[in-house]
Design a protein around this ligand. Sequence first.
Ligand SMILES: *Cc1c(COP(=O)(O)O)cnc(C)c1O
Length: 463
Amino acid sequence: MTDRRRALPAVDAVLRMHQVAALLAAHPRELVVRAVREVLAAARRAEAALPAGPEQWARRLDLRLAELTTPTLRRVVNATGVVLHTNLGRAPLAEAALRAVAAAGGGYSTLEYDLPRGTRGSRHVHCSELLAEITGAPDAIVVNNAASALLLALAVAAPGRGVVVSRGELIEIGGGFRIPEILAQSGAELVEVGTTNRTRLADYERAMARARTTTGKPGDVGAILKVHRSNFRLEGFTEEASLEDLVALGRKRGVAVLFDLGTGLMVDLTETGLPPEPTLPRAARSGATAVVASGDKLLGGPQAGILVGAKRFVAACRSHPLARAVRADKLTLAALAATLSLYRDPARARREIPVLRMLTTAVADLERRATELARRLPAPANAAVRPSRAAVGGGCFPGAELESRAVVIAPDNLSAADLASRLRAADTPVIGTVAAGRVVLDVRTLASGDEDAVVAAVRGALS
Ligand SMILES: *Cc1c(COP(=O)(O)O)cnc(C)c1O
């Protein structure tokens, strides 16, 4: 140990090695110094051997500098078959949305500028008219994500007042987003009705009769909240009040009716074999005071919170102080507006919005793609095409599966876990799954051109 320490070179001595000069030319000096210190520290702690000579020093530093300069947020190939993979960034954007982001982000824009008048404008105009047009809602506002849209809606509808929610809808969405907690944060007070499996309209009526409504005093009911069970299924002996019934009840009692739809589904997808799910246009036309949806789930746009609803309610949301805290930025608004405008032509939306394209690709096309990909992989991969099951993901269509095709790889002298780890270490990392001792690469979630990255990663892993 003492010998090893005595053998450690000084940082300056390493920096003077002529083999290290190229690294100093390519990277800021501070970063190279940091890499040298880290290699020395690892050797001191006996975690790694000290580089034996200048050549080895240069190689080790080069590796460490590559690690330090690779962004932690980077593109990967999603071969998991989970279309809305939350850990992999949910929805990939359409080409039109990417172009809009580049245009808005690469220069100045009309974010808050009224061109005809030459005066200050509003960032809210860019998506609200489009949303009204394609959903049929009177008005709309876009914020940072659906969680903040719901927070804003509750803060506007029922500050310090009761919000009636079915016990079957007091759910957790993921990432610590729980309806009772969001409700508490908004300053509203939870009024639970019904049971986990059955909640009738009469349960809402009774709770609202008990709590005096619309007098504006604490303990009064300010809103009815319905939450779409987007990420789990309730089966068997169940009952719930429909959105339409709740809208009628809200009208009668003069309280707001909020619907947290979540998914942002714009088009019917039952032709793909998926079960029926409520769509945003249908919910928007229900007469609910506000409907909340996510931009980056089935809508296929950027992370955003969409709130569509009554004109006066949306106006109150716009002028609430929270709206400033949760406002969407120009890149989001650009991407969302471009995505929304694709929905003017639903056939075009299905073709050009990646999430919809992936969900609606025919199995015959997937079979062709998988066969072609397997053919391109090196022989030692022992690649074969197998039927697989893809999923919608993102907490949408819980339990539903889509028939799909995968290329399975099982090299002779490499374990599936090791192969999967090497694929993740590729220049463009490839994320697959491991099942029955094989790496499974589902082709339903591959973007066009991803095959080249998969071929390169598999070649690299097996060489
Ligand atoms: C996903 C989801 C949310 C949260 O959406 P984010 O955009 O991720 O904040 C809220 N409610 C429901 C019902 C959801 O499915």
